[in-house]
Write a protein that binds this ligand. Structure first.
Ligand SMILES: Nc1nc2c(ncn2[C@@H]2O[C@H](COP(=O)(O)OP(=O)(O)OP(=O)(O)O)[C@@H](O)[C@H]2O)c(=O)[nH]1
Length: 348
């Protein structure tokens, strides 16, 4: 939660708009957009629904403001942002207004009880990437509409630029830099969560590396090698769930960050990825396999050490004959691996 003295809307909006373009993390940009727009719209709550390329909601950000008076009479605004993953229980009015916006490709509003529910499409370049939603008692003035549209245009252009800098050109997946930001953010969210929630939210990081990729390049050439990378990324993406995260970490190495209740469930998920990649029939090449290692994203282990643990487990999978998945803690318990220190000071 953040608190600040209420400022006059226009300079404050320009300051916040400028701040948006200084941020390098896409989720922080989203948060900043909500902070910028709420005073313009004059509402206490705004939400951002982020969608995947298949129009499925991947996460929701809720921004809320509360006003109070200082002892000297000055107004003080407290702000809070809640990030929600895996939300399936979406209000039917919100679903309907989202469907309208999706079909029409433009902002819409509809009545909800005494108020009006507004929905603006968010774009990343040409693609629809989410929705801005808020409710208020009356329609927007032409000036308000123009300001909202202008702010959203700046946001969309910047978001698209930032997003493309964090994507791998060949596969379109998020790249190593994006992975580092996502893992760090996840780690910080888990560290800030109340203990009961932290025990419930179990995330796992898997390093997945195509086997003998050099020999695929050597035998079939780099163009076919590239094609394999693209196809493997698609198979992995289709096999993962919409809330899982997939990155091309570099070369023939991918990273998946997934939520699973326990080690067995996580192991099954990574096994499913391995099987799906192995079962696909790749034109010219035939079969391709991958080896993987995974480790839990724990707040007692710094992100770079989580990554190193999963990486070590992946190398054990290679050593054991490839086309298999290994779990770091199990290898540790078996005495196969030395402990990778949990790390200190720098996150990456
Ligand atoms: N076609 C193509 N090849 C790449 C790309 N990035 C990395 N490579 C190649 O990936 C190969 C990786 O080879 P190695 O690290 O020896 O691993 P490997 O042959 O897969 O062997 P194991 O991992 O031990 O099973 C190298 O030949 C790289 O040149 C890329 O973007 N496209």
């Amino acid at each position: 939660m953040s608190t600040e003295r209420a400022a006059s809307p226009l300079p404050s909006m320009l300051k916040k708009l400028g701040a948006i373009t200084a941020i390098r993390d896409t989720q922080l940009v989203e948060q900043s957009l909500l902070r910028t727009l709420a005073p313009i719209v004059g509402v206490l709550e705004t939400s951002l629904y982020r969608i995947s390329s298949q129009y499925q909601i991947t996460h929701i950000l809720h921004h809320s403001r509360t006003g109070s008076r200082d002892s000297d009479g000055a107004e003080r605004i407290s702000e809070r942002i809640d990030a929600i993953r895996n939300e399936t229980n979406i209000d039917e009015h919100i679903r309907e207004v989202i469907d309208n916006v999706r079909l029409l490709g433009q902002a819409c509003h509809r009545r909800r009880g005494e108020g009006l529910l507004f929905c603006y499409p968010l774009r990343s370049g040409e693609q629809q990437s989410g929705y801005l939603i808020f409710e208020r008692g009356h329609v927007l003035t032409p000036m308000e509409e123009a300001v909202i549209t202008g702010v959203l245009r700046v946001y969309s252009n910047y978001y698209a630029l930032l997003d493309s800098s964090q994507r791998d050109r060949l596969t379109g997946l998020h790249n190593r830099y994006a992975m580092e930001i996502s893992l760090e953010r996840l780690w910080e969210e888990l560290s800030a969560a109340p203990p009961a929630q932290a025990r419930r939210d179990c995330y796992w990081l898997g390093v997945l590396d195509i086997d003998h990729f050099k020999s695929i390049n050597d035998r079939f050439g780099h163009v076919i090698g590239d094609e394999i990378l693209l196809l493997v990324s698609r198979v992995l993406g289709k096999t993962l769930r919409r809330t899982d995260l997939l990155f091309r970490y570099g070369g023939e190495e991918f990273i998946a960050i997934v939520e699973a209740g326990d080690r067995e469930a996580a192991g099954l998920l990574f096994e499913r990825l391995r099987t799906a990649v192995g079962a696909y029939n790749y034109p010219q090449v035939g079969q391709v396999t991958l080896s993987g290692g995974f480790s839990m994203v724990s707040t007692t282990v710094l992100p770079k050490s989580v990554l190193e643990r999963a990486d070590r487990a992946m190398y054990e999978a290679k050593k054991a004959g490839r086309n298999r998945i290994r779990h770091y803690d199990t290898l540790r318990a078996q005495g196969v691996l030395e402990e990778v220190e949990s790390g200190s000071i720098t996150l990456f």
